[in-house]
Ligand binder design. Structure first.
Ligand code: MRU
Length: 360
């Protein structure tokens, strides 16, 4: 991604300092802070506290976490895998990356584990960049077709997105936003409606920041505005990411995604989900019953953090003191509401017979 005209990834290994570097996403959009990860505990904390977040990025961060653990204590492989697996429950990329690390390391002598773990973490990092770029190209083909249908009657294509499925949610490019970035490269005139994405506001804080850095036209809206815009012809297509998609095409993504898909269906608006194959959980079919939904602190609902006009960071309470609040992080959009899944291996319908073909 381009930040102030400079290319930056969300995570990388700094060879000079021999540390893992991340963009600390809890500080955005107010401050660009680069943090270092040097231990297993710091890696777990970074994932849990959402300094790094987004399904693909969580996977790569966990892979580096295993490497850092092996540097410190090569006999502690199982301990490291368990600690990292417990950080966040919903995004399947975490389990996927940890399984790849375990497979590669379990039969390796302890004195060679750190080296093998490092090489694989670097491979996963590079693979993620290539995968996301390919998702972008495949999705841009769809947007190109849509634009050819609409260009006679309108001056731009309006895309609605939810949460942040951008470069910040991956190593680079993103998934849903990769489609937008690749479409912009083809000179398709796009405007993006950005759902604020309460309670953590990844849309307002992260997606708006990323799109501004890339100079892409966008408008921030409250989470409840999408349906109204769709009814009034202001949305041509919805594109979101996914934390876990089942074999039959049910899509789990940030809370509120389901309501956007329902409104899109009611208004005959295509609803695309952009995701790497590593976000597909081929072992489950029923998204509603089989995907663990993360529940986070009620404080994220009752309070909000931002900057005052003075530039000072402040957290304030919105609700009456002591109110009971619940905070489900994700919901499941049933396959019948999804028009297409856009993956690095091609675009498929959200149904088992097509999804199964994506498995290597
Ligand atoms: O809780 P988060 O910020 O990790 O949730 C992120 C999302 O829901 C993204 O849409 C999803 O991970 C896809 S990211 C390419």
């Amino acid at each position: 991604m381009n930040i102030d005209g400079k290319h930056l990834q969300s995570i990388w290994f700094d060879k000079d300092l021999a540390v893992v570097k991340i963009i600390d996403q809890t500080k955005l959009p107010h401050e660009l802070v680069i943090a270092s990860l040097t231990t297993l505990a710091e890696s777990c904390h970074a994932i849990e506290s959402m300094q790094v977040r987004g399904a693909p990025l969580i996977g790569v961060a966990a892979a580096y976490g295993v490497y850092l653990a092996m540097l410190d204590e090569a006999q502690g492989l199982q301990y490291a895998l368990e600690k990292l697996a417990a950080t966040r429950p919903t995004a399947v990329n975490l389990q996927w990356a940890l399984s790849r690390m375990e497979e590669a390391l379990q039969n390796v002598p302890e004195d060679q584990r750190a080296g093998v773990a490092f090489d694989l973490a670097q491979t996963l990092e590079q693979e993620d960049i290539e995968i996301c770029a390919a998702i972008g190209v495949n999705g841009a083909d769809l947007l190109q077709k849509l634009w050819e249908e609409k260009r006679a009657t309108q001056t731009k294509l309006n895309v609605l997105t939810h949460c942040n499925a951008g470069a910040l949610a991956t190593v680079d490019w993103g998934t849903a936003l990769a489609v937008i970035y690749k479409a912009i490269e083809r000179n398709i005139p796009l405007h993006v409606w950005v759902d604020e994405t309460r309670p953590r506001n990844q849309g307002a804080a992260l997606t708006c920041w990323e799109l501004a850095q890339e100079g892409i036209a966008h408008t921030l809206i409250v989470d409840n505005a999408g349906g109204h815009l769709m009814q009034h012809g202001q949305v041509d297509v919805c594109i979101v990411g996914s934390d876990r998609t089942t074999l039959n095409g049910d899509v789990c993504n940030k809370i509120g995604t389901y309501l956007k898909a329902l409104a899109a269906k009611d208004n005959q608006i295509p609803f695309y989900v952009a995701l790497p194959v590593s976000s597909i959980d081929f072992s489950i079919s029923d998204g509603l019953r089989e995907i663990p939904i993360e529940e986070r602190s009620a404080l994220e609902v009752t309070h909000v953090t931002g900057v005052k006009d003075t530039g000072e960071l402040a957290t304030i309470r919105l609700s009456p003191e002591g109110v009971t609040a619940s905070n489900y992080g994700f919901d499941v959009t049933p396959a019948n509401l999804v028009s297409f899944l856009i993956t690095e291996r091609g675009v498929v319908k959200a149904k088992k017979s097509e999804i199964v073909s994506l498995k290597k």
